[in-house]
Each structure stands twice: as structure tokens, then as C-alpha cells.
Design a protein. Structure first.
Length: 429
């Protein structure tokens, strides 16, 4: 039954203790809608952010007919429809299912997979992890136990360029130049040996390695579920497990017949700066959605002539198929196509009036943010929802007319000047 879910309460932990989750994860999904101040909210998991052009147009129609007319891109490259009217759940589910966006109703909230968005497009990287993402999605949906993962458990698949390895994945796979794969799970890292047998004739390069990587990722996810069940604290992610109750990652890989060698590593690596908008080789473009919002008109412009689009963890879109001469047309629809655009690197939470917990209309203030090399995130409260990973300037509302910046309160009337100074000053290492 479709329903709007209330927030999940938790028992506050003592300092240094793991949290105790008193109830199951109520993270919103496509079938489990969340009641926000601006209406119902649906969060669609899109493995690797991938959408066909038809699916993009379906979401544009859904946003116009059922919601507030726009789609929000999350920091995991997923999509949110906001302002949904009461009673639309069944119709929305049918629409998404018909478009192929609900391959498994029981697993729809656990399909959290980020992957290098430019993999296979620009000649960089060591493997096409977009293919891995599709295979992992299929493996997750086919494993009944995987449905017990929380809606926050994250897989990160990096093709070796280092763009998503630092995004806080619970299981992270990184393609190595020699055909091997590095796997980070919790605080441990393993090297998965390259397969010793040749791939089948006609199979894409890296298929055998990708198969091993997918099996290893699934084995680690199930090992976490074993550890979470034994701990009995309702942990949603490995970092929430009590001290000393770590998953048996090595044992899980061995039982899956995967050769894995423990290696010293410094995971998670620092998250790199967000990639700039512009061409990606001669097969694709990268543009940014202003404050992570794509209107129905922008969605249709992105889908026009595209082979596919990929939403990114930086609230951008990789458009596969068109040439660079489409950049002016996309800019005309309000998308960010120029790295010098002041909107580059500016993100914000929903703020008022959409979020009842927010203390200010942060999106209005973020829209007036001055440009600068450092990313900046505007938050309506101390929860700082949707903040990007990596080095950034944090601007947090204290009340409708005051923000916290660099540890000091700043009047809203002086905010633009303060943000301009913060975005251009050197950051401490």
C-alpha cells in the first residue's frame, strides 16, 4: 500500500557510541512517499543516474501533471519529484513502472549506485563502470535478502579517475589500470585479482572483471546485513555498527569464491572538486542543473536527440549523443554550460517553504551567490541536508535573517559579500 511516511525517530547515542535505530528506515522512495511542507515527495533511485530519453520525458510529464513542475537531482545522482498531490501514488507508480523505472518494487529503495558519469565516453578511466552499475542493479534486485538494506546504503563504482571513490560509499569499487579492482568496505580494502580466463567472444572489455566486482559488492552488502542483525542496533550503514562488531568482509569474499588480498589503503580518499560543465570528448556534454533543479522544459531539452542522460552526484547531467554545438541551446534553457558561470558549485537544501524544518528561504539566497572557485552549500538548518562531499563553504541559516559562515553569524544583508570572500580565500589543508 502506498503511503506518506513520517520521519524515523532514533534513540540518541551516548558520546562515542553507535546509534540505535528504534524503527526501520523510512527513507522515501518511489512507492513510499514522504509528506513534506510543499506536498508529497518521491525519491527515484537511478543506478549510475542513467535514464533513457523516453524516461526523461516521462519524468517531465510526471513533474508537470502530478508535482511542482520540476525534478530535483540529489547528491547521489538520484531524482526527486516534489509537490506531489495527495492520492497520486498509484498513478505515479504505474507511470514509473511502464517507463521501466521500477524493475523491483521490493528493492526500489536499495538501488543506490553512483558510478563515474563519464565512464566509457572520454577515453579516461580503466573500465566502463556504467556496465558494472547495470549488472549490480540486476544482482541486487535478484537477491531477496538485499531488500533488507536501508535506503541509505550506498555503492560507489569508480572507473579509476577518482571522481566518485570519495563520495562516502559503504562499498566502493575502483578499477585499477592492470585489470584488477580495489574494493573498500567499511575500514578495510582488498585487491580483487583480475580474472585468469579470457572473456567470451564479443563481450565488452572488462566484462569478466566487472562480473567479479559485482559479485564482491553484493557479498559485502550481505555481510553487512549479517553483522547488523547480530548487533541488533538497527544499523543502516557499516559506520553505525557498534565498536568491535565489524562485518566479516574477508570471509564473505572467500565464501563467494572471490580471490581478495587485503591491502593497506587510505579510504575514503578526499573527494575532488566537482567537474566543470562542457564537452566530454566528442560523444557527450556535461551541464549543471541550477541549484539541482530541472524544470520540465529543461528535461525535455536534455532529452532531445540524446541517446541517454546520466544524472550526476554533483547535481549535473551528462548528455550522451549530442555534439558540443548543443551547448548554446541548453544554455538558453537556463542550464549551466560555462565553468565561469557564477552558479557553478552552488548547492542548497530545499529550504522554506518546502521544508518545515528549514529556518530560511536558502534557495533564494543561494540563487544570488557570487561566483568563486570553492563550492558553497546553503543549508536551512544544522542538519545540512544534501551537502556535497569534499572541500566546500558551509552557509547555515540560524534564523530567517542570519546565517552562520566560518563559525560566525552573518546578517542576511551582508551574506553575498561574506560568501564572495569565503569562496576565493585559500582553504587550510
Amino acid at each position: 500500500m502506498l503511503a506518506a511516511m513520517p520521519p524515523t525517530p532514533t534513540t540518541p547515542p551516548e558520546p562515542g557510541e553507535a546509534p540505535i535505530r528504534d524503527r526501520g528506515d523510512a527513507c522515501p522512495g518511489a512507492l513510499r512517499l514522504h509528506a513534506a511542507a510543499d506536498g508529497l515527495l518521491a525519491r527515484l533511485r537511478l543506478p549510475a543516474g542513467r535514464l533513457t530519453s523516453r524516461q526523461v520525458r516521462v519524468l517531465a510529464d510526471a513533474a508537470e501533471e502530478m508535482g511542482d513542475g520540476s525534478l530535483s537531482v540529489t547528491s547521489r545522482g538520484n531524482a526527486e519529484l516534489r509537490g506531489l498531490r495527495d492520492g497520486c501514488g498509484a498513478g505515479l507508480a504505474a507511470l514509473l513502472a511502464d517507463a521501466g523505472l521500477l524493475p523491483s518494487p521490493t528493492h526500489e529503495r536499495v538501488r543506490n549506485i553512483v558510478a563515474s558519469p563519464a565512464a566509457g565516453l572520454d577515453g579516461l578511466g580503466h573500465a566502463d563502470v556504467q556496465l558494472w552499475a547495470r549488472a549490480l542493479d540486476a544482482a541486487l534486485c535478484a537477491e531477496p535478502r538485499a531488500a533488507a538494506l536501508s535506503g541509505r546504503f550506498l555503492f560507489a563504482l569508480d572507473d579509476g579517475r577518482g571522481d566518485v571513490a570519495g563520495l562516502g560509499g559503504d562499498v566502493t569499487l575502483v578499477a585499477a589500470p592492470d585489470g584488477a579492482v580495489l574494493l573498500a568496505a567499511g575500514t578495510e580494502t582488498f585487491r580483487l585479482a583480475a580474472p585468469g580466463t579470457a572473456t567470451a567472444a564479443g563481450a565488452p572489455a572488462g566484462t569478466a572483471t566487472g562480473t567479479t566486482a559485482v559479485r564482491a559488492a553484493l557479498a559485502c552488502a550481505l555481510a553487512f546485513l549479517d553483522a547488523a542483525e547480530a548487533a541488533g542496533t538497527g544499523a543502516w550503514r557499516p559506520r553505525e555498527l557498534p565498536a568491535g562488531q565489524h562485518p566479516d568482509w574477508a570471509g564473505a569474499l572467500a565464501r563467494a569464491a572471490i580471490t581478495a588480498e587485503p591491502v593497506p589503503s587510505s579510504f575514503p580518499p578526499p573527494a575532488p572538486p566537482p567537474p566543470a560543465p562542457g564537452p566530454l570528448g566528442d560523444r557527450a556534454l556535461h551541464v549543471l542543473a541550477p541549484l539541482g533543479r530541472l524544470t520540465a522544459g529543461r528535461l525535455r531539452a536534455l532529452a532531445e536527440g540524446a541517446d541517454e542522460v546520466r544524472l550526476t552526484p554533483w547535481r549535473g547531467v551528462v548528455v550522451v549523443g549530442p555534439s558540443a554545438d548543443r551547448l548554446p541551446a541548453l544554455a538558453a534553457h537556463g542550464l549551466v554550460t560555462d565553468p565561469a558561470d557564477a552558479r557553478t558549485g552552488v548547492t542548497a537544501c530545499t529550504g522554506t517553504p518546502g521544508c518545515a524544518k528549514s529556518l530560511a528561504d536558502v534557495r533564494a539566497d543561494a540563487a544570488r551567490a557570487p561566483g568563486g572557485p570553492l563550492p558553497v552549500h546553503y543549508s536551512g538548518c544544522e542538519r545540512r541536508c544534501g551537502h556535497p562531499h569534499g572541500t566546500r563553504i558551509e552557509v547555515t541559516a540560524l534564523d530567517p535573517d542570519t546565517y552562520l559562515l566560518d563559525g560566525a553569524p552573518v546578517p542576511r544583508t551582508a551574506l553575498a559579500e561574506a560568501v564572495a570572500a569565503a569562496r576565493t580565500k585559500p582553504m587550510e589543508s
